[in-house]
Write a protein that binds this ligand. Structure first.
Ligand code: S3P
Length: 433
């Protein structure tokens, strides 16, 4: 589906951030790992998170959708140790988080065996990063070419391990912690840099003692989980598109309501502030003690001039999904914007170093790829042109924002990809324009 986004007048108004994708995946998984019913409000109704609901249903959970929409669900799970009741094929669609978290639960279900598979993009994304620690815990995993989907997880008795993550990835961390709930003894992960901590917070809510000591995070085996009702706040990664649009389009001033302000998710806003953007909102302070809560804020954003910045490796996991937007902002900033230590971008829904650099070049940006990021030279604006999403939701939405801020407009080829995380994106954007 092709869509054109023409240069826009000032963006004004208020928009509610759509439900958080990372938290929705985790809410469905942890609710299914609980045997009492869990009422979830604000669950994201998008392709990725619907794949997770279908997966937990395939594993024996009952999912009732509340009337009137608004993401109200009641999930009645089979419980922590009962997923072995089922075996078979699980379609993860386009959802990397589902593909990497679910095996942590399945690996500890002796007697069960499941094959996980997904779309063309998911088949290019590595799973050896979770297979390796799970095998060390005692799981049996067979993957295509040793590292890709489809792959089979056969449940086994697990033993706790201490595992130093080779990359700062919340998906690997979460997978190992979930498996740790079913293992004998303690399981510890050591992060090279902090990454999003939703799993740890939710586990605390489930009554699990999660010990964080610097880079070390430990959990103990559990008999069962207890989870009360849960609300999913707005997604900072989806809100980031509106934030970028407001900063780039002259005269804009918008408010984003209900956005999660967890410090491990707002790295993009910190980068933007450093580039000179004026943002008003209550973000959780960096390094805040681990808590079961997910703080929420209202964010007030206005247009402003930007200067280039350098994003270093330590900041990357806190802004990983927003780095394509940093490239776009860099096109408008004075001087050079550099992103380093972000080679993880190469294994996202697309190789986001290649697709972002090629895509923005097609709009006349002065940008070069590096092995672990990119360098953008700001030219004060962007001509426009055509950009292909390559089926990547964040690339589609990047193209739309580029269009509003460009001189000649942008045609996005493959706009339908936005529905993976944000089906209402075009409507929300239009409400501000
Ligand atoms: C996610 C973690 C990140 C992120 C992805 C969602 C999560 O991936 O890019 O969109 O929900 O845990 P990595 O953990 O692979 O960096």
């Amino acid at each position: 589906m092709k869509r054109r986004f023409d240069p826009s007048g000032p963006l004004k108004g208020t928009v509610t951030a759509p439900a958080d994708k990372s938290l929705s995946h985790r809410a469905a998984l942890l609710a299914a790992m609980t045997s009492d019913p869990v009422r979830v409000t604000g669950y994201l109704d998008a392709a990725d998170t619907n794949s997770t609901l279908a997966a937990v249903q395939a594993l024996g959970a009952l999912v009732e959708r509340g009337v009137g929409g608004d993401g109200i669900l009641t999930i009645r799970g089979p419980g922590l140790r009962a997923a072995a009741a089922a075996a078979g094929v699980i379609d993860v669609g386009n959802a990397g988080t589902l593909m990497r978290l679910l095996p942590g639960w399945l690996a500890g279900q002796p007697g069960g065996s499941w094959t996980l598979d997904g779309d063309e993009s998911i088949r290019r994304r590595p799973v050896d990063r979770i297979a390796e620690p799970l095998r060390r815990m005692g799981a049996r995993i067979d993957a295509r070419e040793g590292r890709f989907s489809p792959f089979t997880v056969s449940g086994s008795p697990l033993e706790g391990i201490e595992y130093a993550l080779p990359v700062a990835s919340a998906q690997i961390k979460s997978c190992v912690l979930l498996a740790g709930l079913l293992a004998s003894g303690e399981t510890t992960v050591i992060e090279p840099e902090p990454s999003r901590d939703h799993t740890e917070r939710l586990l605390l809510r489930c009554g699990v003692i999660v010990q964080r000591d610097g880079a070390r995070i430990a959990v103990c085996p559990q008999d069962e989980l207890e989870l009360r009702d849960l609300h999913v706040p707005g997604d900072p990664s989806s809100a980031a598109f509106h934030v970028a649009a407001a900063v780039l389009v002259p005269g804009s001033r918008i408010v984003i309501e209900g956005m999660a302000a967890n410090w491990t998710r707002v790295g993009f806003l910190r980068i933007l502030e450093r580039m000179g953007a004026v943002l008003v909102g209550e973000l959780e302070p960096a390094g805040a003690p681990l808590s079961p809560e997910e703080p929420v804020t209202e964010l007030d954003v206005a247009h402003g001039a930007l200067t280039g910045t350098t994003v270093e490796a330590g900041e990357v996991p806190l802004a990983i999904d927003e780095l394509p937007l940093v490239a776009l902002l860099g096109c408008f900033a004075e001087g050079e914007t550099v992103v380093r230590g972000a080679e993880e971008l190469r294994v996202k829904e697309t190789d986001r170093i290649a697709t972002v650099v090629d895509g923005l070049r097609g709009l006349a940006a002065d940008i070069d790829a590096t092995p672990d990021g990119f360098v953008v030279r700001g030219t004060g604006g962007l001509r426009g042109g055509t950009i292909a999403s390559h089926g990547d939701h964040r690339l589609a939405m990047l193209g739309a924002i580029a269009g509003l801020a460009s001189r000649e407009g942008v045609e996005v080829d493959g706009m339908e990809a936005a529905a993976v995380s944000y089906p209402g994106f075009e409507t929300d954007l239009a409400s501000l324009a």
